[in-house]
Design a protein around this ligand. Structure first.
Ligand SMILES: NC(=O)c1ccc[n+]([C@@H]2O[C@H](COP(=O)([O-])OP(=O)(O)OC[C@H]3O[C@@H](n4cnc5c(N)ncnc54)[C@H](OP(=O)(O)O)[C@@H]3O)[C@@H](O)[C@H]2O)c1
Length: 362
């Protein structure tokens, strides 16, 4: 059962992984969004224990992950690698916390809801294991806009190519690209086969140089040549939209951008669509900004979108060969809506629920 909050006590929040790429943005958001929390506890590895981080204008000391961290915690956000979430989220839940997990450990489990508040907030109330999953950043960077179009037009197929930022691979991804940029800056590299590869040396978490390059790979190798990231886009989109048979084909590509994923989307619907109708839907959709005036050079790019909350949509066109399909370009900050913001929004939904009567645990 989900515990109720007694009296007027504000819920206690634990942020597990507070020192990471996502955790850092979580702390920023907790400092700027409406403050619904009582105590905020910051948790990371023993390496970070004792470090002081700023949240809500105050320094808070990081503690090492342990069972005791979850004593008295109402909501625990997990922003740590999959294997740590798999081990520790059930422990936090068993101690009475509602877990909001950013990792891939539970996303496709039938008894764990996968939640995007603008699309399926209601799903967060049914959480038999006390765990709610946050979708992966690539799916999240497009799904708010697609959820809005689906609600009006009925989605039947998605063909997606991603242009993913290096911060999707964590803090180490950011450091790798910055280091490589320094190594190639001011050179004439990028003119001979392999010259960039030799110059940058260390590829970090990527299979090829990221500076001056585009890499058609994200995640691990799965059956028949698909990458895990491509299968996540397919499986998670289906689950969030409640469309288990949706046709989805994704190609995930990493580009030399620090933060903000972009996607080209070919979306097919049940009936004919027009650009005007799509514009109208997107203009009215919470969490979406329509920025679509190519005559004036107005379309979203990662350099302009980074650090913002919404999903930005531009380049809306009706497919030339299919009047039921639209072509879109979508950008979303993978660390904000793609991770930390969505987690914060889910946690706030839970906090509001804990403050009311009658939450359901199953
Ligand atoms: N980056 C994205 O765009 C993105 C988007 C959506 C979801 N996610 C998911 O969010 C999670 C965090 O990603 P990230 O990019 O923030 O990773 P990251 O930058 O590598 O940060 C990892 C965090 O986990 C902590 N950690 C590592 N080992 C630990 C241990 N043994 N005990 C306790 N804490 C430990 C680290 O603490 P120390 O600093 O002390 O090592 C750090 O706070 C991952 O599951 C990732 O797949 C990431």
């Amino acid at each position: 059962m989900t515990p109720q909050l007694s009296g007027r006590r504000k819920p206690t929040l634990a942020v597990v992984g507070a020192t990471g790429a996502v955790g850092t943005v979580v702390l920023e958001l907790l400092s700027t969004r409406e403050d619904v929390w009582g105590e905020i506890r910051l948790v990371a590895s023993p390496r970070s224990a004792g470090r002081k981080l700023m949240v809500r204008g105050e320094e808070v000391e990081v503690v090492a992950l342990s069972e005791e961290c979850f004593d008295g915690v109402d909501v625990a956000m997990f922003d740590v690698p999959d294997e740590l979430s798999a081990q520790w989220a059930p422990i936090a839940a068993s101690k009475g916390a509602v877990v909001v997990d950013n990792s891939g450990a539970f996303r496709m489990d039938g008894d764990v809801p996968l939640v995007v508040p603008e699309v399926n907030a209601h799903s967060a109330r049914v959480r038999p294991r006390g765990i709610i999953s946050n979708p992966n950043c690539t799916t999240l960077s497009m799904i708010v806009a697609l959820g809005a179009l689906h609600a009006e037009l009925g989605l039947t197929e998605l063909i997606v190519s991603s242009y993913q930022a290096v911060s999707g691979a964590g803090q180490v991804g950011i450091e790798t690209l910055r280091d490589q940029i320094t190594k190639v800056a001011g050179s004439n590299l990028g003119t001979q086969p392999g010259d960039v590869r030799r110059a940058v040396g260390d590829f970090g978490p990527f299979p090829a140089p990221m500076a001056l390059n585009v890499v058609p790979w994200a995640g691990s190798l799965q059956d028949d040549g698909w990458s895990s990231e491509e299968l996540k886009v397919r499986n998670e989109s289906r689950k969030i939209l409640g469309l288990p048979d949706l046709r989805v084909s994704a190609t995930c590509v990493r580009v030399p951008v620090i933060t903000t994923h972009s996607l080209t989307v070919h979306a097919r619907f049940e009936r004919e669509v027009t650009v005007d109708r799509a514009h109208e839907i997107l203009r009215g959709a919470p969490g979406v900004v329509l920025y679509d005036n190519p005559a004036e050079g107005e379309f979203p790019t990662p350099a302009d979108v980074v650090g913002t909350d919404p999903t930005w949509v531009g380049r809306v066109r009706r497919s030339l060969d299919d009047p039921t399909a639209l072509e879109l370009f979508v950008c979303g900050d993978n660390l904000r809506k793609g991770a930390a913001l969505n987690t914060a929004q889910i946690a706030e939904v839970v906090a509001a629920e804990l403050g009311q009567s009658g939450p359901s645990s199953g």
